[in-house]
Design a protein around this ligand. Structure first.
Ligand SMILES: [Zn+2]
Length: 344
């Protein structure tokens, strides 16, 4: 049998006469990588040009600048929507500090928000394990209720915007849990490619990926209970991407409390790393596969986000990602993995 998983890297250099070196001819490395599952390209470049920027937390707490927050305990009963009684008789759900309700502006057929904490501002490394576990556990419980009532809906996802650089309009920590018939291009591309891989190789890409990455050791971070943590070969974000694969979990029904505990432990470690490296914002997502397959393992991604500077707050997504649809990463995934390992 031929090589099943390939990590293809095309390295080149762009030459400049560098004003910082008296206009000496200097090569700037550029690397194009091909995602081993989807075949899509990603770009490694701009090294040293993007560094995590500090956030001005005073803005988020000062009464004059913090603005109205519908997620704070004293306002949320009045300002957050309820689900109709045929979905949730009580309208909302709670577990510990976690508080679930319908998004006021739904993204999909069933679009829930879970406020994670009573506190309005929680810095990246100040979450407790219980806050994260209760949030995940409540969101998954909600999705399981939806699945029972609407078994025709095949796809289940979680999304997490944390802090404004990630696109979060509300600072108060929250996650979103969606049930969908159209889970988005990334999900569907991965699902189709995983099926094609399975048919061709008679094995699960995600299991093979873990094995291959473990063997290479460059991007492998750790095994934590039922989860395997890696730095992604192609990153969706400028500061790298971390992925946790739960190889034995294919669908929402497979996912139990132990899996969520394992996932939470890993998230806590990544957040500790982020806190130590001034990475104050990120996007996260959990993909759960449809029923009746054994080739699309559940996986969770975290992508750190930052403003490019603190002068006029430019986003770290620009024409390359938005219109060329090519992710840009300014750090080597292999270096990210080595930095993260001591935290696991
Ligand atoms: Zn709040």
């Amino acid at each position: 049998m031929g090589k099943k998983i390939e990590f293809i890297r095309q390295k080149s250099e762009s030459y400049i006469l560098d004003p910082r070196k008296n206009f000496e001819k200097t090569g700037c490395p550029i690397e194009i990588r091909i995602d081993p599952l989807t075949g899509k390209t990603g770009r490694l470049c701009h090294f040293g040009g993007i560094t995590p920027q500090k956030l001005n937390f005073d803005l988020y707490t000062n009464p004059e600048t913090r603005g109205f927050c519908p997620f704070c305990p004293e306002t949320r009963d009045k300002f957050t929507p309820k689900f109709p009684p045929e979905i949730l008789p009580e309208g909302r759900m709670t577990k510990g500090e976690a508080y679930l309700f319908s998004n006021l502006y739904p993204y999909d057929l069933f679009s829930s928000v879970v406020v994670m904490t009573d506190a309005h501002l929680v810095k990246v490394n100040e979450f407790t394990e219980k806050q994260i576990l209760d949030t995940l556990s409540l969101g998954i419980e909600f999705l399981k209720i939806i699945q029972k009532k609407h078994p025709e809906i095949p796809y289940y996802l979680m999304g997490w915007n944390y802090m404004p650089p990630s696109g979060s309009s509300i600072v108060h920590p929250h996650q979103q849990f969606l049930a969908s018939k159209t889970p988005g291009n990334q999900y569907m591309d991965e699902l189709r490619a995983s099926e094609a891989y399975y048919k061709e190789n008679n094995s699960n890409f995600w299991v093979d990926l873990i094995e291959e990455e473990k063997k290479l050791g460059e991007r492998y971070i750790a095994e934590l209970g039922s989860g395997f943590w890696l730095s992604s070969f192609v990153s969706s974000g400028t500061l790298g991407e971390i992925i946790a694969i739960l190889p034995e979990v294919y669908t929402l029904e497979d996912l139990n409390e132990k899996h969520l505990e394992d996932l939470t432990k890993g998230i806590m470690k990544v957040l500790a790393f982020y806190g130590d490296h001034q990475m104050y914002s990120f996007n996260g997502s959990l993909f759960l596969g449809p029923k009746g397959q054994n080739y699309f393992s559940a996986h969770f991604r975290m992508v750190a986000r930052t403003y490019l500077n603190s002068l006029n707050y430019p986003a770290d997504f620009f024409f390359v990602q938005v219109l060329f649809k090519d992710p840009v990463c300014a750090i080597y995934p292999e270096e990210l993995a080595q930095k993260l390992k001591p935290y696991f």
